[in-house]
Design a protein around this ligand. Structure first.
Ligand code: ARG
Ligand code: ZN
Length: 877
């Protein structure tokens, strides 16, 4: 906990390590009161070091030193100095062996970083800087070493003992304990170290790689969950085959293990050969998991697997380079999911997430570049910017190079840097070399924060048969970056003729007509593109496939948007036109509840609902109105109540105008037979449940009965939880009883209860905050469990804007109380939660003051963590 103001770490201060570690041997003695960790490090001076101090400085926190020796000789007390953050060993030789023993207390580790207990299991989370809570070490990613790990524990409580690499035989010891040694042949940074001990069961399968290596695949879970691992295993096998096919990358050890734990700060962790997962991203059965859960598992399993090459074999030089592995790996998992399901829908979902969260981050006090240049607490930089915008930055390179050169670029990257810790510049250089082009300007995407805005105008010259697009780019200022240099932006455009057909695009100077979609390269503040031989005034389709993470401003008429909605050959752009139009209508309704909704809009929705040929999943996306929080982001000052009212109003209007069509869609899209999470069934369920959501706006008893019937009949969690959520929004007499029944049915399944907490937290009912407060005391709730915190507190504060931002400030007080409580236990999760209050400048003066008051209260609480301090202090600057 904090004593002084935390210091800031800068990228510009990076220096190579003074020492390297060739070998690490670790011995763990796991016990109920304490754990002993012995380590043996083979150290030598780094020939590439740029500085030379006589002493060795190692990281280490919350370690109780038991013994320390250098080359077999105990180090005298004058020979070392221990402080809160590490250990200095004085006057060390150029090459030596350092042995130490420390005592740590995993049972008391509520921060869930380092070695900790989750239920009856021992497990670890070392990224980014958790290894230093296990033993003294050079805990930085550019120190890569070979690890040998011996674990000793009580055999009955901990029959399974796991670490990275390959296992030796177990040795039975006399006192009821047993011991095993794991050897990882691949040098790795300490953040990829993992250890698990517990009473676990595993399902096993195998995969043969193209080079003929037979890999044993194991998923370890607690015994009661053994029947919920099949989807995760099938996903892993698909991911392995896909990476072989798409990137020519195969797995490199004889065994690949995944362990599911209930207490985990994030989604999952790619430790070499031993991934540790939040159980939410492993466990699934049709009765307990929704379609989203099934998809989430497939994508996170793939993400962690893909890290073996993009993260582990080639890792980050320092934590400023985090997007080197995360942006690239997210891009890879997005493409994998697109190939496994519906590509168009996947792109829409990813863009929706990016716009909702990353654009908001880019416009707020925590805005930072994809490669940040400073931080106080690195855990605060596992952000949507580093991950999702980072993925878009990789995608843009693929857009600029084309698929073949992009694959050439990744091949080059693996060849050039295997076994090394490198930078985002190194990655881009591979792309530049493979694409044979200069990407110097492109690299600004890594160094400049903020969302660029493109203002585009189109002029048709009938006499010349030309269409001229004028594109201007501008990027708003972000903290510490008042002025931005122009970006290199790939802008995919098409032109539709008056029948909605794509025109072949011929740019001035082209000898032949080109393809119907062109990737324009925007590099100047202002640029013009002249299309020739354009027979009619076209409607431009801009930013097809969301070719760059930018905002586009083009003065479309409502009619043009409806035309694009109906005709654009690009699925993403059809959806985007619908969103733009819906947003325009909603913002008008916010201003004036009596403003008229264009009849064409309702008609477009009607046509879409009646079009039996269209893909249900895509249709569900088109018919989903922009979220309240996203609408708020489009306003100069967020009108919390106005937005809620307008959105409800439009939903109700659409429901009453389109009741017949919605009921038909509901009827026609029932999915019968055994539950399957395939693209077709998921699409139909999502469309059907969307229709039910609109219909429930009508407060119609027959429809409520339908909803209750769906709840009762549901053979899958998607339908059940949708129905229950819709019921929980309303004052329907049955709701209380159904909620209680659901709890009784699922009281032993923590992941299902997470959904139960969330749907109550997101209820539109006016008394939701009181209910949420009541649920804090529910026996199934625990503030020590991150999933529970996210499901109840997170869901309320981020998923229920109209209740969280209540004018009396009760929501803000609630959040700051929870943050202060949580910060004592788990600073990482506390810092996540406090972010939900940091965009106070977007609100009216009264709400601003209420939020500032709470933020100041947190900042001035003594002992606030570095994690929370950084977020709160930056938000108040
Ligand atoms: N590398 C992990 C992943 O992306 C996430 C680790 C998060 N760690 C943290 N300290 N925030 O899969
Ligand atoms: Zn990752």
């Amino acid at each position: 906990m904090l004593r002084d103001t935390p210091s800031t770490v800068y990228l510009k201060d990076y220096l190579p390590p003074e020492f390297l570690i060739d070998q690490v041997m670790l011995w763990f003695d796991l016990d109920e009161t304490e754990t002993r960790v012995r380590s043996r490090l083979e150290l030598r001076r780094n020939p590439a070091a740029q500085s030379r101090s006589p002493d060795l400085r190692l990281h280490g926190e919350q370690l109780e030193l038991i013994s320390l020796s250098l080359d077999g000789q105990p180090v005298a007390p004058a020979g070392y100095l221990q402080d809160d953050e590490g250990l200095t060993v004085r006057q060390v030789p150029d090459q030596f062996v350092l042995e130490s023993e420390v005592r740590i207390l995993p049972q008391q580790n509520t921060a869930l970083e380092g070695l900790y207990k989750s239920g009856g299991l021992f497990c670890t989370q070392c990224e980014a800087e958790g290894f230093r809570k296990i033993t003294w070490y050079l805990d930085r990613p550019d120190v890569m070493s070979r690890f040998t790990t011996t674990i000793c524990a009580d055999k009955q409580r901990y029959p399974v003992l796991l670490s990275n690499g390959n296992p030796s035989d177990t040795v039975e010891l006399e006192d009821g304990r047993h011991r095993i040694t794991w050897t990882d042949p691949f040098p790795k940074p300490a953040y990829l170290f993992a250890l698990v001990a517990g009473d676990l069961r595993a399902i096993e399968d195998s995969h043969t790689t193209p080079s003929g290596r037979e890999v044993t695949l194991r998923i370890y879970v607690e015994p009661e969950n053994i029947d919920k691992c099949d989807h995760a295993m099938a996903s892993l096998k698909r991911a392995m085959a896909w990476d072989e096919q798409q990137y020519g990358r195969e797995y490199d050890l004889d065994i690949y293990m995944i362990v599911a734990v209930n207490d985990f700060n994030m989604g999952a962790m790619e430790n070499k050969g031993l991934n540790i997962f939040n159980s939410k991203f492993v466990l699934a059965s049709p009765a307990t998991a929704t379609d989203r859960d099934f998809q989430g598992i497939e994508s996170v399993i793939a993400h962690e697997y893909f890290h073996n090459w993009t993260g582990n074999r080639i890792t980050c030089r320092d934590w400023f380079q985090l997007s080197l592995k995360e942006g690239l790996t997210v891009f890879r998992d997005q493409e994998f999911s697109a190939d496994m399901g519906s590509r168009g829908v996947k792109r829409i979902e990813d863009v929706r997430l990016l716009r909702a969260h990353q654009f908001a981050e880019d416009a707020g006090p925590m805005a930072h570049p994809v490669r940040p240049d400073s931080y106080m607490e690195i855990n605060n930089f596992y952000t949507v910017t580093v991950y999702e915008k980072g993925a878009e930055v990789v995608r843009m390179q693929a857009n600029l190079l084309g698929p073949e050169a992009f694959r050439g670029g990744t091949d080059l990257y693996f060849e050039r840097f295997d076994g090394q810790a490198v930078t985002t510049d190194d990655f881009v250089q591979c792309m530049a070399d493979a694409g044979q082009r200069d990407l110097g300007q492109f690299k600004r995407w890594y160094s400049q924060a903020g969302t660029p805005e493109l203002t585009i105008q189109g002029v048709y010259d009938a006499a010349q048969q030309t269409y001229t697009l004028t594109v201007e780019q501008h990027c708003p200022a972000t903290p510490g970056q008042p002025d931005k240099e122009p970006f290199l932006i790939p802008l995919a455009v098409g032109l539709l003729d008056d029948r909605g057909t794509d025109l072949a695009l011929r740019l001035a100077g082209d000898s032949d007509p080109g393809p119907t979609t062109r990737m324009l390269e925007i590099s100047e503040p202002r640029q013009q593109f002249v299309f020739e031989q354009v027979p009619v005034a076209p409607v431009p389709s801009l930013l097809r496939g969301f070719s760059a993470p930018v905002k586009v401003r083009f003065d479309y008429s409502n009619e043009q948007l409806m035309f694009l909605m109906a005709h654009d050959s690009d699925g993403f752009s059809r959806w985007d036109a619908a969103q733009t139009l819906a947003q325009r209508i909603l913002l008008q309704l916010v201003d004036d509840p009596d403003s008229l909704v264009p009849e064409g809009f309702v008609q477009a929705f009607r046509q879409a609902l009646q079009d039996s040929a269209s893909d249900p999943a895509l249709l569900a996306e088109v018919l989903t109105l922009p979220a309240e929080s996203y609408l708020g982001d489009q306003m100069a000052e967020v009108d919390v109540e106005g937005i809620h009212r307008a959105r409800e109003q439009l939903k109700t209007l659409l429901a009453s105008e389109l009741k017949t069509e919605l009921l038909a869609v509901y009827r026609d899209n029932e999915v019968t037979g055994e539950y399957r999470p395939d693209a077709d069934a998921i699409g139909r369920r999502s469309l059907r449940n969307l229709a039910l959501g609109y219909l429930m706006q009508l407060e119609d008893q027959a429809i409520q009965a339908l909803c209750i019937a769906q709840y009762r009949a549901g053979n899958n969690m998607t339908d059940v939880i949708t129905a229950l959520s819709l019921l929980a929004d309303r004052d329907i007499p049955e709701t209380a009883e159904l909620l209680e029944g659901f709890y009784q049915q699922w009281r032993d399944d923590p992941l299902v209860l997470d959904k139960w907490f969330s749907l109550q937290a997101m209820s539109k009912r006016p008394d939701t905050l009181e209910r949420v407060k009541g649920l804090l005391d529910h026996p199934a709730f625990s503030i020590a469990n991150p999933n529970k915190v996210r499901s109840l507190i997170g869901a309320f504060c981020s998923g229920n804007p109209v209740r969280f931002h209540a004018a009396d400030g009760a929501g803000y007080r609630f959040l700051s109380d929870r943050v202060l409580e949580l910060d004592q236990l788990n600073p990482q999760v506390a810092a996540r939660m406090v972010r939900l209050m940091t965009r106070w400048q977007r609100y009216d003066p009264a709400r601003q003051r209420l939020m500032q008051t709470q933020l100041e209260r947190i900042l001035h609480t003594s002992g606030v963590s570095r994690d929370v301090y950084e977020i709160v202090s930056k938000s108040l600057e």
